[in-house]
Design a protein around this ligand. Structure first.
Ligand SMILES: *[C@@H]1O[C@H](CO)[C@@H](O)[C@H](O)[C@H]1NC(C)=O
Length: 463
């Protein structure tokens, strides 16, 4: 399986930041107004006015009564879809909800809305490349002749897409699995997943995680034929907070990334919650374990053997593994969970840090090319919430094969911004797809000694 792209594109936020922030703040204000108004006292107000209109009707003032009732119904309507972040919309409705998956249609109670709502239920709202592989769903009032329920469900449905950039581990987690956890964990499994753009291998690959979140067989909407499924409630689209992250202040039950990691430990039977040696009795002499994340094709460590020999001389138990050659994610998760220190070049394989135990050290090797922002947005910023000690190893010109391809005074070295300006295609062609790395063992040795100091426990080291 070859991923089409390994990195999130620099997002439009880089252009016209001010405008986007202003409109975000505006829409947030409007949202919170709507929320305080309707969510804090659901139905209360409409009840009053129904009574009022009934009184009017009973006094013979039928027209006035109907007018008041209609006005109230219109007022009680709150938006079906709201923006949870600039990355994602989420639509929600309760009552008599009917889902016709094969036409991507959700019918809701007529009192709830008179308009049609459209949503692509994948958390990269402004990313045309991702959304090209995501079907659009329609949410609308049930027609006069309501489609008959072929299946009655007693739990809420959550509709989401596994199209987009899935198949790339970073996107599997940041676009789908973390948002899915955030949106559904509080149902404690009593939720029906309705998946669109499903790929069987993806559902199998992450079946252990999906089973932690839902007690029911997943419904593949695209293959659901004539079925009309009736639910007491539907949520379409997943809440998104931030890249590989959760904001506990905004999540149900205050869930945080630590809870997400805990769920992963359960899903894959990962033994180590923390990087301290478990069971001091027999583990006192356990060597600290270093896992080197290996890559083939691009951003390759050219001196992997030298790197591991040096690390062994420092007293590390060293493993080298390439996540792309295994389809058994659980097996890889257990290997990662056994590590105290993980080092790897920036790329989707580093997403495996979600399986590291608390307090482990994560060294991201950042290739040449002023890629600090990319390293930060993808893996550095999420690290503290994952309870990892993060450090960056920035590749120097003489550690990069770019030095064999370009003269020292080439803009590739002297002015990386000029390459960035040409767009993502050029940036990734030069710095991501055409660069291999050979870290200086002396420099790397210092980085590993530093990592040992960051570990929560002190080991008896050779030196
Ligand atoms: C679903 O529930 C409705 C309302 O209770 C009922 O009329 C209908 O027969 C049920 N359909 C199925 C397929 O069980």
């Amino acid at each position: 399986m070859k991923a089409v792209r390994s990195y999130p594109r620099p997002e439009p936020k880089r252009v016209g930041n001010g405008l986007i922030i202003t409109s975000m703040v505006l829409s947030l204000c409007i949202l919170s107004l709507i929320r305080t108004r309707y969510i804090s006292s659901p139905f209360g107000k409409s009840q009053d006015l129904s009574d009022r209109s009934r009184r009017l009707v009973s006094r013979g003032e039928e027209d006035e009564g109907n007018r008041v009732l209609l006005e109230e119904l219109r007022e009680a309507k709150r938006p079906i879809c709201v923006e949870t972040s600039r990355r994602s919309d989420v639509c929600e409705a309760s009552g008599d909800v009917r889902v016709h998956g094969s036409s991507q249609t959700v019918f809701v109670d007529r009192d709830l809305t008179s308009q049609e709502w459209k949503i692509k239920p994948y958390a990269r709202k402004h990313d045309k490349g991702a959304l090209a592989n995501v079907k659009e769903w329609t949410i609308k009032a049930v027609p006069d002749k309501a489609p008959q329920c072929t299946d009655n469900h007693s739990v809420p449905a959550v509709v989401f897409s596994v199209g987009g950039y899935t198949g790339n581990l970073f996107h599997d987690f940041t676009d789908v699995l973390v948002p899915l956890f955030l949106t559904t964990r509080h149902f404690r499994g009593e939720v029906q997943f309705v998946v669109t753009d499903a790929k069987a291998w993806w559902l199998i690959k992450f079946s252990q995680v999906l089973r932690q979140l839902s007690n029911y067989e997943i419904i593949d909407a695209d293959a659901d034929g004539d079925a009309v499924r009736c639910f007491p409630r539907v949520v379409a689209g997943l809440t998104f907070h931030k890249e590989l992250g959760i904001d506990p202040a905004k999540s149900p039950n205050g869930y945080a990334m630590a809870d997400f990691k805990e769920m992963l430990r359960e899903a894959y039977g990962l033994e180590r919650a923390a990087a301290e040696p478990a069971g001091d009795k027999w583990d006192v002499r356990r060597k600290p374990r270093l896992l080197i994340i290996s890559r083939k094709g691009s951003r390759v460590f050219l001196n992997e053997r030298g790197m591991s020999d040096m690390a062994m001389s420092l007293g590390f138990d060293v493993r080298v593994a390439d996540p792309d050659v295994t389809t058994d994610i659980g097996k890889f998760a257990r290997l990662v969970n056994s590590a105290d220190v993980l080092i790897g070049v920036h790329g989707s394989g580093l997403t495996n840090v979600v399986f590291l135990p608390r307090g482990a050290v994560f060294i991201q090797v950042v290739p040449m090319g002023n890629l600090g922002w990319l390293a930060r947005d993808t893996f550095e910023n999420p690290s503290p919430e994952m309870e990892l000690k993060y450090s960056a190893y920035r590749i120097q010109a003489d550690e990069s094969t770019l030095s064999d391809q370009y003269p020292k005074d080439h803009p590739v070295f002297t002015d990386p911004q000029s390459i960035h300006k040409k767009g993502w295609g050029e940036l990734s062609r030069i710095y991501l797809n055409n660069q291999n790395l050979k870290p200086h063992l002396g420099r790397l040795r210092l980085a590993l000694l530093e990592a040992l100091k960051l570990l929560p426990h002190s080991h008896t080291m050779a030196q």
